[in-house]
Write a protein that binds this ligand. Sequence first.
Ligand code: AMP
Length: 437
Amino acid sequence: MTFSELQLYPSILKAVTECGYSEPTPIQQQAIPAALEGKDLIASSQTGTGKTAAFMLPVLQKLYTKVKNPKGAPRVLVLTPTRELAGQVTDATRTYGKYVNFRSTFILGGVPYRNQFRDLSRPIDLVVGTPGRLLDHVQRGSLNLSQVEILILDEADRMLDMGFQEDMEKIIGKTPQDRQTLLFTATMDNAMAKIAGKMLTDPVRIDIAGRKNTLDTIEQRLHVTDSLNHKQRLLEYLATDKDLTQAIVFSATKRDADSLARELSDKGHKAAAMHGDMTQGARNRTLRRLREGRVRLLVATYVAARGLDIQGISHVINFDLPQCAEDYVHRIGRTGRAGATGIAISFASRADVPKLQRIEKYIGSKVPMLVIPGLEPMTNLAAAPRKKSHHRSGGPAKKYSGAAKGAKPSWKKGAKPDGPYKGKPRSERRAPVVEYR
Ligand code: AMP
């Protein structure tokens, strides 16, 4: 299928062609015709599948046709869970809508109200924002939702996870009943089905089996770790990999994000932290530096990096494994975007075994375990708690192939390990290649 078969106006097609897209992605093929027909939609698909264009192209088509709207109140409202995602949706709007004449603004929390009041007092066609601040404007009377024709809930499951359900419901309650609603979610559980039942009318269901498709372009690797120090040494090693163009390193806490970024910077890497304690301005500056290639390693907490769409992230490193299996898929989806391949590396200690098991159950496969000679773990996950039996895996762990430029190829014969085995006799430093399962 081609984009022109989707019956989009030439000015929209022109912008799409300029983006270099040759054909619509599966979600675009299914969502665009349904949305153009004015149907409600519930689409389960991950980020990285092209979902933003899947809703934005039909929206732009709608905005292309002028209607009488004396109040100049917004005709399209996009709700997103995070400020970063809102920023990305706005950027996408400008890219795809380059040749469409419309006015848009984004309304985010954590920034001063003054400019927002000014923007909202002018005629506007499209508003993108996060629920908290949007609701604030609705309640203050500065945002009039009575003219909304299309409502988009982007990453609706995340909004629920982040506790926005009540705000969402209040906002949606202010929009007209006969609006068109397009709901995008990565996961579809009972809570989401309930929300969808309340908010959508006779929706077209689209299920892009994103999980496996998205993961297909990502090579997953697991490193068993003994201690924080061991993880830091592994990270430093990985950071010298010449194939790593840019990476997001996920840490569990804001403090770790700061200290890891500092340590990496001290070692001469272009690293920066991003977490929720930073002001929006500081986050935007870091993102800009990342986009411009001035930051190579972004050490982030998940909440801060959720929804980021950065081209060229070659590696995602889970310095700490996420609590929830779905977050693992979301995190590693920051690499391998839209057809590109990516590498996702996770560190797991013995204590992480239950998390790892949940992840592997969720993705339906085992994450291959790799060992970096010289940085072999002493931990044997086979002996981890909650497992009754341990048996050998089908073969030895693969050697790490991303040898760093200038880094010592420590697996060479006779090489001395400088990892936790430093100074230990060879018999004691054999890599435990036994899988824990
Ligand atoms: P999304 O799932 O909306 O976050 O999109 C992920 C990435 O895919 C973005 O960087 C888009 O620029 C890109 N993209 C969207 N649609 C297409 C397409 N039809 N062909 C190639 N890339 C696309």
